[in-house]
Design a protein. Structure first.
Length: 450
């Protein structure tokens, strides 16, 4: 990396780290030259890079200013919102949004909606190389564009699979909205505990072998609500068992590689294009669009096409033209990679703050689960000392909002007195305030020194 590129990267990180606001000026060229021990020309080249990226703008004889607060998290006037993992639209650079929209209009000027397509050919053509960057290897015929993961999960749940099986296996706890859908159906649903340590593979094999499992729905990384990651051996073993017992894995990788985990490969990597359906959404990294992807094995292509045809008349699954066009432009520019790097850096710092703060608290009262990756982590409380419901209400009275995990359990009796905390809408400053408030509540309910 050249010196000016290194300086540009460090300046970018400084703007994120120190939470610069729109219009705020950065240090002078002379001060930056001294800070980074380089020439003024090097600083000017670095600043030019950030201007081209719409991060900075210059004023003649005045200096450089932040063009758009791309690290903002939609600070709410009604309190500190930790009860959601969905970022607000302005968490994404408005300058970039306008650029992408303008480019998208030009790109798709002569296109029209075609319900027979899996997505527009120019977009689908670049998806295999994009997915390969996350170690998801698939050919164009195996990739389908969809509006969202929740919608496609509902289709998969009710569809007849090639293995002819009927029972759905899910982790517990897991994604609330999918559980809400499952509860409306007259289907057999089995659960397997998901903990800080992962999944009991012996129990999983027993279920695969002895039960009529159609598919196992799992969120291996960036788990919602735990914020945990299944280790390499577990991910590999899950896929090995699925192939051995003819069970499909539905891998929900909704956040993809937007939180960097060194040498991570998804479950799909071990599938050899067998028995694994890979789901990836983009609503959390690019909240203005409604678009996701479904990667299916060869023997599932006909099944998915049938799902598409049957669902058309009551729930059209294809993303709209604007979403596809903006997403194609998003991938063809450097915006996607840069945004993913910024998001990962921001979350790395927040999760480190969480670990540092929570691990200082009395572990006999509160246990930190996860805080390893993604937007979520879980706090589990000792029932004899503090009820999760009480923590939620106490925080709400102090204008801090979190969410109980009770609805993340398919069987309410398995609820472990825990809460989920989301980091998508909170600044570092407000996160520290919220964590300190939780600490105060624990101290008030337990006289043992933290």
């Amino acid at each position: 990396m050249r010196k000016y590129e290194q300086v540009a990267q460090e300046l970018r990180e400084m703007i994120i780290r120190e939470n610069y606001e729109y219009g705020q000026d950065i240090p002078s060229i002379r001060a930056l030259s001294k800070l980074y021990d380089c020439s003024k020309n090097t600083i000017l080249r670095a600043l030019s890079v950030l201007v081209d990226e719409h991060i900075l703008y210059s004023k003649a004889q005045s200096g450089y200013y932040v063009a758009n607060n791309f690290t903002q998290h939609g600070k709410m006037h009604d309190g500190i919102r930790l009860d959601s993992g969905n970022p607000v639209v302005n968490s994404f650079s408005t300058v970039n949004i306008k650029h992408l929209f303008s480019s998208a209009v030009d790109l798709y000027t002569k296109q029209s909606r075609d319900v027979s397509k899996r997505g527009f050919s120019s977009l689908v053509k670049i998806l295999p190389s994009f997915l390969a960057e996350d170690s998801v290897y698939a050919n164009e015929p195996n990739i389908f564009l969809i509006q969202g993961i929740t919608q496609i999960l509902s289709f998969l749940t009710e569809a007849q699979f090639p293995n002819g099986k009927k029972t759905i296996l899910i982790e517990e706890p897991t994604y609330v909205y999918y559980l809400d859908f499952l509860r409306t159906l007259d289907l057999r649903v089995l659960t397997i505990p998901r903990t800080q340590e992962g999944i009991d593979l012996k129990h999983l094999e027993y279920l695969f072998e002895h039960e009529d499992i159609k598919f196992f729905y799992t969120i291996p990384r960036n788990h919602n609500p735990l914020g945990t990651v299944l280790d390499y051996q577990t991910r590999r073993k899950i896929m090995d068992l699925a192939i051995k017992y003819d069970v499909y894995i539905v891998e929900d990788d909704y956040f993809g590689g937007n939180f960097k985990i060194p040498q991570y490969v998804p479950i799909h990597y071990f599938s050899y294009s067998q028995n694994c359906i890979y789901l990836r959404s983009f609503s959390k990294e690019f909240p203005l669009i409604r678009l996701a992807m479904c990667v299916v094995p060869d023997n599932f292509i006909d099944t998915f096409q049938k799902i598409s045809e049957e669902s058309y008349f009551y729930s059209y699954h294809m993303p709209d033209l604007v979403s596809q066009a903006m997403f194609e432009t998003y991938l063809k520019t450097s915006i996607q990679k840069r945004h993913a790097e910024e998001t990962s850096l921001d979350l790395t710092r927040k999760l480190e703050l969480v670990r540092q703060t929570i691990l200082q608290m009395n572990r006999e009262v509160v246990e930190l689960i996860g805080a390893q990756s993604g937007y979520y982590f879980t706090l589990r409380f000792n029932r004899d000392k503090l009820l999760a419901k009480k923590v939620v209400l106490e925080l709400e009275r102090r204008n801090v909002f979190i969410k109980s995990n009770i609805h993340a359990f398919y069987h309410p009796e398995n609820f472990d007195n825990s809460v989920r905390i989301g980091l998508s809408k909170v600044s570092m400053e407000d996160l520290q305030i919220a964590l300190n408030t939780i600490k105060q509540i624990i101290l008030q309910n337990d006289r043992v020194a933290v």
